[in-house]
Structure formats: structure tokens, C-alpha cells
Design a protein around this ligand. Structure first.
Ligand code: SF4
Length: 525
């Protein structure tokens, strides 16, 4: 779900029973005390960002409370804003949308009291740079629409790669868009469908969209869960006390004590009601291409994907790294937190002791960062500190999940050397990130990706490290359960940001000239 519009009203105008949008005067205010997550705009955060998490519950009293808990567990998938919808026989549809963290906004009694009912749908989002603050208010999901057969709420994780084209066509034919979100195209397409039920309208609409979508829809009595034909983004089904739960990740089931039932399969639509579920296959079958970066970084390490623990996949990436790119060193230290499982794997395989040579301060707030250039210049130092007593005089291997622009890596290296380390070796738990993602992950333009401009040796010189090595694509696939590595003729995962092999043509991006070269002609890997 990405914002693609600009300007316009802050309040979506779909007719429904109750609908409020709240924001704060300072659009960039960080409500959490955590570092502001805007990609690449500060030296604090040089990672890619998942753009959304979704969570739905059907069949529990006070369903919105469970939705808030589920969204809290999915907060890593989007920190800018969240929304929750419910339906109740007395109030009809209710929607609350807020900028800020779920724990700050959806624990307030005055918010949760407006969300009664036994069915609820939630969404947490991270918007792309340039669509932040007040203009993002209108993009906060769930989006809500009224059809002749009833109201419908929708929440989306992913990105539609033909949304610009669809939007232009829909506008040409009279549609009036109320948000900048690609997800709204689905509602307009549903409105134009001649089908008589909401699930059938949804099927019609989804056959016209391209790209990545894990969606939850909600009517008065039903939840609808859908994954795109390639299953690029995750979606799981759970059960609690006879109720049904849909969520982006299993960690969101755990927080409410729900049992994991199964994953929604690529290309599957399930319709859930209090009497049970039905499974449908609205799309032409396609090879599954789940996002491999979910294993590397996006998903929480306590989630399970494809029968594999995300933590274990990350640990095994570290094992592969140690085999492919050994180092003569005294200590293996993770860049916390995401580098930790891979650093443990590297240490176990290499026999080099593991140590927390870098400590993360989780309480860095944007309001603290903002006031002066002098404080901003302190950069990554406010978030990470080197454990001097551990690293002084040592040859240190630093393990990180990825290198995006390289800004943070360079600063960390300087800090570790300043703390007295003799050598600094970087080991990266993913292949070089050379291509932008168009499937629901915020990535800088290609020319800003360090690995798009430099080879490994040049990057090592640029970062000023004694050595720099990345896990290979084959090593990454092995760690993610593919013993034979990457099958080049039929890769099991989407790995486009490493390989340039885009499984779905990113039409809009190509039209904007954001991709050089033929899209479906992958770079050699
Ligand atoms: Fe995931 Fe990269 Fe594919 Fe995007 S391009 S879906 S981040 S593997």
C-alpha cells in the first residue's frame, strides 16, 4: 500500500456510519521516543522499510482491543500511522485512524470505546518519503466504501505496480479519488463490477490489478483474506476460542494467544464468517515468489514463515556467511538488533566468540534529534554505542542485515575504530542490494543504493573497512530452506532487489524511468 497522490482533502468522504480521523499538529512528531523512521533522511536509519501490516479478527467480543494488540505486534511493519475499523449492530461501521504508534494511540479508552463489535480490521503503515504528515492522514487504512449490498473496509500490505495506470483510467471514466493510496483503485474497480456480492466484486477487481497484495476485507459479517498470485507478501490464518484471525505474521497471533492455523496460499482468497471458511482461487495459477527479504529483515524473528522460523533462517544465513566469507578475527558482533541472529550463526560456524560489542539505545526520539544541526551531526552515535571494553585491541567482525546507502555502516566503522578496535570486517547477511523494490517496501532510488554504483571491493574502500563480504544468493536460498540454492530458471522467492529479476513487471516505475534496462531481463546473478 503506497501513497501516490498529492494534495487534496484530509478526510476521505466514503459514506458510512461513523468515521473520524485524527492527527497531530506536528506531522513529523514522533510519539514513541523511537528514532524517526523516514528512509535515508537521517543517518540513524539506513535500512529498507516494510510499508504495512494487517490484522483482522472475527468472532470475539471487543474485537478492536485484539486488533490493537495485533497491530502492536506488527508495529515493525509500519510506524507512521494505524487505523482500526469495526462493525456493531448498534453503530454500524466505525473507523478510527491515527498518526503515531499503536501503543500510544489505540490504548486510549476514548478511542477503543468508539470501536465496538465482534469483527475488526486493523492496519499499520509506513508511508513513502514525500507523503508524510498531514497529507498522509487521508491515506491511513482501513479504507471504507459503501456498495449497494453494504459497506466494506479494506486493508492492504504490498504495492500495486499498475496503480498509476489504473488510476488514470478510472479518473478518465469519472472516478473521484479521496486518497493517494493505490489501494483505493481496488474500491473503484469493485464499484464498477456488475457482480452482486462483495467477494465477487473483489475477485473482479483483483483480476485487474498487478503487483503485491496481501489484503484483508471486512463486511458486517465476513472477513476476506487474499494473497496475490505469487504470494509476495505474507498473510496467515489463526484461531482463538472459536474466532478467526488474519494477520501479516504469526507473531501477531502469539500476542493474543491465538493458534496458528495455516498460511493463506499464494493466489488464494478465503471468506471467513462465524460459521466457517471457504477457499477460492480467483486467479490464474502462478509460481510462488515470496519476498526473501522477509526472512532477512522485515519479519520479526519470532514469526514462522513457510514452516521455517525467521530466527532460524537468519541464524543459518550467518552460518552460510561464515562458510562463504570467513574472517581472521577475535570477536563477532552484531549491529543490533537485526544483525543478531546472523552474528550468532557466524560465531557458531566460525568458532569466533560472539559479543555485544555495540549496544543500541531504544529510547532515541526524533524530538531530541531535531533541534540543532549539532545534535543531528552526532548521528548514529545517539542510537548505537560501542562497548569499548570489549572491542579495544580486537579484530572485530561486524554482522549487519544489509547495506542500503552505506551511511550508517561507515559511521559504525568509525566508532568501532575510535573505541580501539584493531581491525573491522563487515559481513552482510544479504546479497548486495542493487535494485529498488516496487512490491511494498520503501527503497531509495536505484542510484542511491551503494551496491548499484560500486562492486564489493569499491564498497569496502568507500566504507573504509578491512574487508566487506555479502552472503551469496545461493547461500541465502540455502538458509531459507532451499538446499540446492537458487534455481535460476525458476527461483522460489522474489529476490529482485538483489538480482534485478522482477517477478511482476513494475509498469508504473518503468513508465517513470525508475528502472534502467529491460525489466524482465535480469542482471546476472
Ligand atoms: Fe522483497 Fe526485494 Fe522482492 Fe521487494 S524486491 S519483494 S524487498 S525481495
Amino acid at each position: 500500500m503506497s501513497g501516490i497522490g498529492s494534495g487534496g482533502p484530509d478526510t476521505p468522504c466514503y459514506g458510512h456510519d461513523r468515521h473520524e480521523i485524527h492527527g497531530h499538529g506536528d506531522p513529523g512528531h514522533d510519539h514513541s521516543g523511537h528514532a524517526e523512521p523516514e528512509h535515508g533522511e537521517t543517518p540513524f536509519d539506513d535500512s529498507l522499510h516494510e510499508e504495512c501490516g494487517v490484522f483482522g479478527v472475527l468472532g470475539l467480543d471487543d474485537a478492536s482491543t485484539y486488533a490493537a494488540l495485533g497491530l502492536h505486534a506488527l508495529q515493525h511493519r509500519g510506524q507512521e500511522a494505524a487505523g482500526i475499523a469495526t462493525w456493531h449492530p448498534g453503530t454500524g461501521f466505525n473507523v478510527e485512524r491515527r498518526l503515531g504508534y499503536v501503543r500510544d494511540e489505540f490504548t486510549k479508552t476514548e478511542v477503543i470505546d468508539k470501536l465496538p463489535g465482534r469483527i475488526s480490521l486493523g492496519h499499520t503503515r509506513y508511508s513513502t518519503a514525500g507523503h508524510k504528515g498531514q497529507t498522509a492522514l487521508r491515506d491511513i487504512q482501513p479504507l471504507l466504501a459503501d456498495f449497494a449490498m453494504g459497506s466494506f473496509a479494506i486493508a492492504h500490505n504490498g504495492n500495486l505496480t499498475n496503480a498509476d495506470k489504473l488510476r488514470a483510467k478510472l479518473i478518465e471514466r469519472g472516478a473521484i479519488f479521496q486518497s493517494g493510496s493505490d489501494t483505493e483503485c481496488i474500491l473503484h474497480l469493485m464499484a464498477r463490477s456488475m457482480q452482486q456480492t462483495i467477494p465477487d466484486k473483489m475477485k473482479d477487481a483483483l483480476r485487474l490489478v498487478e503487483g503485491a497484495f496481501s489484503l484483508i476485507g471486512m463486511t458486517r459479517t465476513k472477513m476476506i483474506g487474499v494473497r496475490d498470485p505469487m504470494g509476495i507478501r505474507p498473510l496467515v490464518l489463526g484461531r482463538k476460542d472459536g474466532a478467526w484471525i488474519l494477520a501479516s505474521e504469526t507473531c501477531a497471533l502469539d500476542i493474543i494467544g491465538a493458534d496458528f492455523e495455516r498460511e493463506i496460499e499464494p493466489g488464494e482468497m478465503i471468506i471467513v464468517s462465524e460459521t466457517g471458511i471457504t477457499s477460492h482461487r480467483p486467479f490464474e495459477p502462478a509460481p510462488s515468489r515470496f519476498c526473501v527479504f522477509e526472512y532477512v529483515y522485515f519479519s520479526r524473528p519470532d514469526s514462522q514463515i513457510g514452516g521455517l522460523s525467521v530466527y532460524e533462517a537468519r541464524r543459518l544465513i550467518g552460518v552460510e556467511l561464515a562458510r562463504e566469507a570467513p574472517a581472521e578475527a577475535d570477536l563477532v558482533c552484531p549491529i543490533p538488533d537485526s544483525g543478531t541472529p546472523a552474528a550468532i550463526g557466524f560465531s557458531q560456524e566460525s568458532g569466533i566468540p560472539f559479543a555485544m560489542g555495540i549496544i543500541r539505545n531504544p529510547y532515541v526520539g526524533r524530538t531530541f534529534i531535531e533541534p540543532t544541526q549539532q545534535i543531528r551531526d552526532m548521528g548514529v552515535r545517539l542510537k548505537l554505542n560501542v562497548n569499548r571494553a570489549l572491542v579495544a585491541g580486537k579484530r572485530v567482525v561486524l554482522v549487519d542485515d544489509s547495506v542500503v546507502r552505506g551511511t550508517t555502516s561507515r559511521k559504525i566503522k568509525e566508532m568501532v575504530l575510535a573505541a580501539g578496535a584493531r581491525e573491522v570486517h563487515f559481513r552482510i547477511a544479504s546479497p548486495p542490494t542493487r535494485w529498488s523494490c516496487f512490491y511494498g517496501v520503501d527503497t531509495p532510488d536505484r542510484e542511491k543504493l551503494l551496491a548499484a554504483r560500486m562492486d564489493e571491493a569499491e564498497m569496502a574502500r568507500h566504507l573504509g573497512v578491512d574487508s566487506l563480504r555479502f552472503v551469496s544468493l545461493d547461500g541465502l536460498y540455502r538458509a531459507c530452506g532451499m538446499a540446492e540454492g537458487r534455481d535460476r530458471s525458476a527461483p522460489r522467492f522474489c529476490d529482485a532487489c538483489f538480482s534485478g529479476d522482477y517477478p511482476v513487471d513494475p509498469r508504473d516505475a518503468r513508465a517513470k524511468g525508475k528502472i534502467d534496462g529491460p525489466v524482465l531481463d535480469p542482471a546476472p546473478v
